[in-house]
Design a binder for this molecule. Structure first.
Ligand code: FEO
Length: 400
């Protein structure tokens, strides 16, 4: 059954939801599924904006056929070649062999590599325009948001931006495709943040560049490739992207990450969290990095102004899950935070120094207090140091 949504006169939503997928990109858990969005503009020419993942291909083609009615398909604009949006491309070419592909030179090369495609391509560049009737397609390059070939399309007549992966989120769509008709802040924001930092978090500079271009466009409608369509409160969501891509904290508060083999480092982390709260900062989160998925840890690290890493020494290094997490933060250009360290060790506590070596490589990081050392279990001396560090962290949050 087709499930086409008319967004406005002559613009249709054709996407589909995958609620069976376990790991998006084989990496990120999506317990609430994910949507693959595609759009059709019906003007003097008909224009399809991207295809869809193979998981929703049948549904996507039913929608496309229904929305086209008796019209033929003139153009398909390919904004992004990642297979969650391009996997249905070959079948699209089989069903609509006369369609003209509109895309960048980089994407043309990828179409050849992925599909050995040598068909009819109209190569466009930054700022070029294509009139399709009452609507003009204006092309905006957005390299590394999320791959190098990524392009947006802007329609000045209606203020519509087709934003590829940008402004997308994990989470399948329910009864409405519109952000203003769901509880976005309550139900989607955590997934939107997790999506942003894990998918494009490394490329803050490139996101800032494209936000600057977007600021001059007069956008009234954002049509992303995942998640809800934005037609209200755009400034709020654009503001989130601005904060995230500048690597600024979204909230004042402390997130405590620990790894613990037998519970003693956990105890130290919880004493510290309690001391921060007792000193007047209630916005404290605690995560066991061996239990919570790393994509969520990454997102929470970027969310808060202050971060604590507490770990046991293991094989004369950092405990496995903490070391893996710290390297993931490095890979996503983690920066610009206040931090504190806690190490534990029964005969050679050295994890603090090893963590310091990793954090030292991050930009604009400032340590609060001194590294607290726990010898096997929290004793009176360590307790006093943890309480003192908690107060220092709380004061630092209040003054930030
Ligand atoms: Fe939704 Fe980068 O693909």
């Amino acid at each position: 059954m087709q499930n086409v949504v008319k967004i406005k006169k002559n613009l249709y939503y054709l996407g589909g939801n995958d609620r069976r997928i376990a790991l998006f990109e084989s990496a990120f858990p999506v317990p609430r599924g994910v949507s693959y969005n595609s759009y059709l503009l019906v003007d003097r020419k008909t224009v399809l904006f991207d295809t869809a993942d193979i998981a929703v291909s049948e549904h996507f083609f039913e929608n496309l056929e229904y929305a086209l009615g008796r019209r033929k398909l003139d153009y398909v604009v390919v904004h992004h070649m990642e297979p969650d949006h391009s996997a249905s491309f070959v079948r699209l070419m089989e069903k609509y062999p006369k369609v003209t592909v509109v895309t960048t030179q980089k994407t043309k090369a990828m179409l050849e590599n992925y599909f050995s495609f040598r068909g009819n391509v109209l190569v466009v560049k930054e700022g070029e325009e294509l009139s399709v009737g009452k609507n003009t397609l204006k092309f905006v390059c957005a390299p590394m948001v999320h791959w190098p070939e990524v392009m947006f399309t802007y329609i000045p007549e209606s203020g519509t931006l087709f934003s590829a992966d940008a402004f997308g989120t994990f989470g399948a769509l329910g009864g409405s495709i519109y952000a203003d008709e769901v509880h976005f802040e309550r139900d989607f924001l955590d997934d939107a943040r997790r999506y942003y930092f894990n998918i494009v978090g490394k490329y803050g500079v490139q996101v800032q560049n494209v936000l600057k271009k977007a600021a001059g466009l007069g956008i009234k409608l954002i049509c992303p490739l995942h998640g809800p369509v934005w037609r209200k409160n755009l400034a709020w969501y654009l503001g989130k992207y601005d904060t995230w891509s500048k690597y600024l904290p979204e909230e004042k508060g402390v997130v405590v990450f620990y790894s613990s083999v037998y519970g003693h480092t956990q105890n130290a982390a919880e004493i510290l969290a309690g001391a921060i709260a007792k000193s007047g900062v209630a916005n404290v989160k605690v995560y066991d990095v061996s239990v919570t998925h790393i994509s969520e840890l990454l997102s929470e690290a970027f969310r808060y102004s202050h971060v604590v890493f507490a770990t046991t020494t293991y094989n004369n290094g950092i405990f496995i899950s903490m070391e893996n997490f710290l390297h993931d933060l490095s890979a996503h250009a983690y920066q610009n935070r206040k931090y504190a360290l806690v190490e534990n060790g029964s005969w050679a506590p050295q994890a603090g120094g090893y963590m310091q070596n990793i954090v030292r490589e991050w930009k604009n990081m400032e340590q609060v207090g001194e590294t607290v050392t726990v010898l096997s279990a929290v004793n009176r001396e360590a307790l006093e140091k943890l309480n003192a560090l908690g107060k220092e962290l709380a004061d630092s949050v209040k003054n930030s």
